[in-house]
Design a binder for this molecule. Structure first.
Ligand SMILES: [Zn+2]
Length: 326
């Protein structure tokens, strides 16, 4: 037993020595690069992360980075960071997926000691094909989106003759609901989901018809988007609803928790509600109220340019949490 242990230990020692010797050679341009940068660095924490042309969820995808990749952050705008891919290429990433690291020799060393990036072509800018670690080899060649194979029905509340409520700024709820679902749709499609909308323009759709979209398409999740209103102007925050606890509650609470994080509005909790669109729905379903249009603070956030991106990211992360728990 002792002999075997000793052998294992010496094998590990050899591997450590090899990696310590090889990593600086292979990653030399990364190290040199890191040392010359003056701004902060960030490490990708998602398996795959899209790099976009602009700080916008609907902006063109210009590249893909991978878990463990470290980049210089040039600037931060709202929830987006502009990163340097190579000396002459930059792009924007949603910063919920990256971890800022304080640039120090210790951090750089730790990154390099833990894993050896195997790239498709020579050079730091090439895609990472896999990560060689001491104890395991992780392949990173799955380019499928994390929501691949999932059918998501998005339901922009109200429409046509039914305005829903109206914001302090005079925007009908039905318009905000449609804008929200449209931005969420793009985000989920980028993650590989099959997304179906119950309406794509300003038309009236009955509650039963909305539920039928979900039932007939065997949706993996149905999400109805609404904005709230109260006679009390001080009432604010986010809430969502389930009808059948065993079927709907996990979906509802995962989505609300993530949306509350990405939007930073008050989380007032997931609750039961006997809503037709949920009651008639045989699939996991929720209705989310994305802030009070009767509250000055909520309304100014809700109608700001970045809000829908934040909602979309929250819904996406909530769905990931939900499907990972299933
Ligand atoms: Zn509504």
């Amino acid at each position: 037993m002792i002999t075997t242990k000793m052998k294992n230990l010496s094998l590990i020692n050899v591997l450590v020595i090899l990696i310590v010797m090889v990593v600086p050679l292979l990653e030399m341009d990364q190290t040199a690069y890191a040392n010359t940068s003056s701004s902060s660095q960030a490490t990708v924490i998602a398996p795959n992360l899209n790099v976009r042309e602009a700080s916008d969820i609907s902006s063109k995808i210009i590249g893909l980075v991978h878990q463990g990749d470290t980049f210089e952050v040039i600037q931060t705008r709202n929830n987006w960071d502009q990163i340097k891919l190579s000396s002459n290429q930059t792009g924007w990433v949603y910063n919920a997926y990256i971890k800022k690291v304080k640039k120090s020799a210790e951090n750089i060393k730790a990154t390099e000691d833990n894993a050896l990036n195997i790239r498709e072509n020579p050079g730091y800018s090439s895609q990472v094909a896999s990560n060689l670690k001491l104890e395991t080899i992780l392949t990173d060649q799955d380019s499928q989106g994390p929501l691949e194979g999932k059918t998501i029905v998005l339901d922009p509340g109200h429409g046509g003759m039914d305005d829903g409520t109206t914001s302090i700024f005079g925007t009908p709820e039905k318009t905000l609901n449609l804008a929200t679902a449209t931005v969420v749709k793009k985000r989920l499609e980028n993650a590989g989901a099959n997304v179906i909308m119950t309406r794509t323009n300003d038309t009236y759709v009955s509650l039963q018809q909305r539920a039928d979209f979900s039932n007939n398409n065997h949706a993996d999740a149905f999400i109805s988007f609404h904005y709230n209103w109260s006679n009390d102007p001080s009432v604010n925050g986010l809430t969502d609803f389930y009808y059948q606890k065993s079927k709907d509650n996990a979906l509802a609470s995962n989505i609300l928790n993530e949306v509350a994080k990405t939007t930073r509005l008050t989380n007032i909790g997931t609750r039961f509600n006997d809503l037709n669109v949920l009651r008639s729905n045989s699939q996991p379903s929720t209705l989310i109220e994305l802030g009070f249009l009767s509250n000055k603070q909520d309304d100014s956030v809700v109608e700001s340019t970045t809000y829908l991106d934040n909602v979309a990211q929250g819904v996406y992360l909530g769905l990931l949490d939900y499907f990972n728990q299933e």
